[in-house]
Ligand binder design. Sequence first.
Ligand SMILES: O=C(O)CCC(=O)C(=O)O
Ligand SMILES: [Fe+2]
Length: 259
Amino acid sequence: MVRYGFYQLHRALFEEVEVRLLRDFCLKLYSLSAQNSKAGFLKAFNERAENPLNMANLEGVLKWFWGSPFPGYFQALYRDEPALMIDFLTVRHHAPSSQASHVSWHADANFGGNKGPIMVCWVPLDPVGRTAPGLDFCLPLRKVDEDVLNRGWAEVIRGGENSTIGDADLDRLYGIGNHTTETHVLNVGDCYVFDRYTVHRTQRLQKTTTDRYAVEFRITSKRVPPRLDQSYQQMILSIRDHARNSIDILTGAQLYDGA
Ligand SMILES: O=C(O)CCC(=O)C(=O)O
Ligand SMILES: [Fe+2]
């Protein structure tokens, strides 16, 4: 997997019905969420006993995910068995002409931690790049100093979930003049796949006039899931069990080794 780049997939969603399933999922999560720009699957998952209907709807998305191309990409790029991080399965909405929900430069290692692989699948459900924001990527132009970068990221990650980085940090991590910004127009059905160290932000557009929903699937290793801190004792993963041909959910103690 490239640590600082991204893959752009065209027509990864082939059917209108797949887009509709994911859009319903977004709206469902928003209806359960107090926040208006970002909503997570975890809350719905934790409240499934109180509202089994939520889960019926959301399980459809898990089933879809395991039949999608994403688990196969993870296998190919990381040479490892995929597990979907339920805790970090989120949807995001940017309303026209609002900047409030925009996210500045960061890498998803910020909240995913720096142990164990994480592959991010960023799936927009509206066209992005012209009237609604896609993603800007920050890419190194030449070889980077891995030591500087690793030290830099360790520091950023300590800053926690909401710490984003500024242009000065980009210079510090990659070297002055050693990075560039890349942005693409995506149609519905296209998406990005990238590593947790790939630096990105919400695309800066002068003006946004259309809604944009996106789903973020984050995949880790079933064998070596990230060991986060104590607060993540309950980390929940969805895995595909080939032997039983079922989709299982692992929680808690199996994943946290106290290290
Ligand atoms: O969808 C966006 O605009 C950026 C979201 C993002 O990068 C994140 O949630 O990690
Ligand atoms: Fe991100």
